[in-house]
Design a protein around this ligand. Structure first.
Ligand SMILES: Cc1ncc(COP(=O)(O)O)c(C=O)c1O
Length: 383
């Protein structure tokens, strides 16, 4: 049997939605994207949503809108995808890395509190794998300072909730990814949501070179309208061709999540009583279950990955701790043992296939294979 790490759920109905856009004169950001933005505003119950061509570019546009750059500090967790730290680095700001909770791998307010300095301008909590960090507690770490923004990294967390609150409720902005393997995917894409209207006005510019009007607005009155450039921006807008793939996925997101929940429970039951670490469930939370990582003995992790590949099972690592990667390690002189919780999880984590179309037969094959591989490795270590 062959089990892919990920299969998207797009089909010929989605092809039709793209064909509908092709039949209009407007391929870039236009009426379809506007509709999706309204759909997101109502889904998250927020004032503003803006579509982007990736999480990364949306996040760069957000830092630019907040005037974050040289000499500023941005607090990020050690256990995340590199993009979270790279966006600060790219703008000349310094990512201040903090360790994570050893059981959930989420950023903790107690670590953030220790990292805050007069130079802190943003904190980027990452709702890793689909469980949310406690944004209210993180906000409490800096009292009434108004020069620090909280930007939620929601790349894994579209459906997530904590204590009944969705992303965007307690932060300045929350940013999503619609990258090819995300719970909602259009190949490359993302969105920013915010309740801050002043930030939103700036974001409309920083996501489009800093221009005061996008293509649709420039021709709104029938003749050409001049635009101005008041601030520096990036090119982060999403074309309608890709936005067309989003509305149906957003509409059916909870049906898809229900299937992910069944599969995640089957993994948890299948691996109970084995020397496998699983992510602790956060109480009072709705988990978007974006990934299903397991932790195995670090000494055998890479070999388990190899054996899974030999068994035709797609598996990846999300993630090795960012301070252990060459760029950050060399630039900031990190030791591997810095941020020990993220480091130890990063050496033992393996992500297994988890997507709505994964069949029980495929999943049973994955569970049995993991058990077999682990037993044979551990027997070898014991003998
Ligand atoms: C936690 C996290 N943050 C940010 C990103 C970057 O998203 P994008 O590829 O849309 O820029 C990803 C993508 O994998 C991610 O997993």
């Amino acid at each position: 049997m062959k089990v892919a790490f990920f299969k998207h759920g797009l089909n010929s109905n989605d092809a039709q939605a793209m064909a509908d856009v092709l039949a209009t004169p407007f391929l870039t950001s236009g009426p379809v994207g506007k509709k999706v933005e309204a759909q997101l505003e109502s889904f998250f119950d927020v004032r503003h949503a803006l579509l982007n061509n990736s999480w990364t570019n949306g996040a760069i546009a957000t830092l630019l809108a907040l005037d974050i750059g040289k000499d500023d500090e941005v607090i990020v967790p050690a256990m995340t995808f590199i993009a979270t730290a790279n966006i600060a680095e790219l703008l000349g700001a310094k990512p201040i890395i903090v360790d994570v909770d050893p059981d959930t791998q989420l950023m903790r307010a107690s670590d953030v509190e220790k990292a805050i300095s007069p130079k802190t301008r943003a904190i980027i909590p990452v709702h890793l794998y689909g469980q949310m960090c406690d944004i209210k507690a993180i906000r409490n770490t800096f009292g009434n300072r108004t020069d620090i923004a909280i930007i939620e990294d929601c790349a894994h967390a579209f459906e997530s909730e904590l204590n009944g609150d969705k992303p965007g409720t307690h932060s300045d902005a929350a940013i999503f990814s619609f990258y090819a393997t995300k719970n909602i995917a259009c190949g490359e894409g993302g969105a920013i949501i915010t309740n801050n209207s002043e930030l939103f006005e700036k974001l409309k510019q920083t996501r489009l070179h800093g221009m005061s009007a996008g293509a649709a607005e420039r021709f709104k009155t029938g003749s050409y309208n001049h635009w101005d450039m008041e601030r520096l921006g990036v090119k982060a807008n999403l074309p309608d061709l890709l936005a067309a793939l989003l509305p149906k996925q957003i509409e059916y997101v909870y049906e898809q999540l229900a299937r992910r929940a069944i599969l995640a429970d089957r993994y948890r039951n299948g691996f109970a009583n084995l020397p496998i670490k699983m992510i602790k469930k956060v109480s009072n939370a709705l988990d978007a279950l974006h990934l299903f990582p397991i932790g195995v003995d670090a000494k055998i992790r890479d070999d388990v990955l190899l054996q899974l590949a030999k068994a035709n099972i797609g598996a990846t690592v999300n993630y090795r701790a960012i301070h252990t990667l060459s760029y950050y390690r060399n630039k900031y002189n990190f030791k591997t043992s810095d941020f020990p919780n993220a480091n130890s999880w990063g050496q033992s984590a393996i992500s297994l296939p988890l997507y709505p179309s994964l069949t029980f037969a495929e999943q049973d094959y994955v569970i049995d294979s993991v058990k077999q591989i682990l037993n044979s490795k551990l027997e070898k270590i014991a003998s």
